[in-house]
Write a new protein. Sequence first.
Length: 281
Amino acid sequence: MEKKKISQLKKQATKIRKHIIDEVYSAASGHPGGSLSCADILTVLYFHEMKVDVKNPRWTDRDRFVLSKGHCAPALYATLAEKGFFPVEELNKFRNIESYLQGHPSMKDVPGVDMSTGSLGQGISAAVGMALAAKLDKKDYRVYAILGDGEIEEGQVWEACMAAAHYKLDNLTAFLDHNGLQIDGKITDIMSPEVVEDKFRAFGWKVVNANGHDYSQINEAIEEAKKTKGMPVMVVADTIKGKGVSFMENAAGWHGSAPNKEQRDQAVAELDAFLAKLEVE
């Protein structure tokens, strides 16, 4: 991936991170940690890879995306708004009772959302169904999903993974947001799913490892997935929970906590400083 493109993606992801902070701050609730950790993956998907049409969100031949860890809606909403599916100004109404931007994505209410998610494990199941439908309809669109590493403690995830392998869904690429933390602490302390690579391989998936904050590696993983035939691909993306905000990084306490005004201002100042640095570079 060219340096100019990487710079553009970095700027876009930083804007998305600023929106995430402001969304959760405005609502005084939400999930910033895991939203920040998957922002770079979403940026590459929506601003480099996926075929979508903001003027026709239900375009039949579009690529599909499912945020299986639906509580990280702030990241998806920010990405969709920056892409142009709805006005950026709407983000400040996040979780407002009068807003369509509720705490978990709704495909009935939010332009650009392909599947309503929230109950963990169900999103990847829906993504498997979408990929199977593409095969049956002889369509060439691709299906992408992001799961949380705490989420894969859910048994339904593995039922879906068995089905994806059984039906040879090579049009399905899932990303595991592997930040090592969930709401109650380290995934290895709560209900360890490790070694995740070995598990997905055992369930018939091709596994690709990537740094989930390195745009070239994310892109290379997607390209590898597109070349893979006869099996779905799981990209195990090593990430940092709270990425981009110093006091949120690697802190499980920010899984589902909103910043106060002082914390919000510090977070935005850090992200603005990073944006300014990118402009100089």
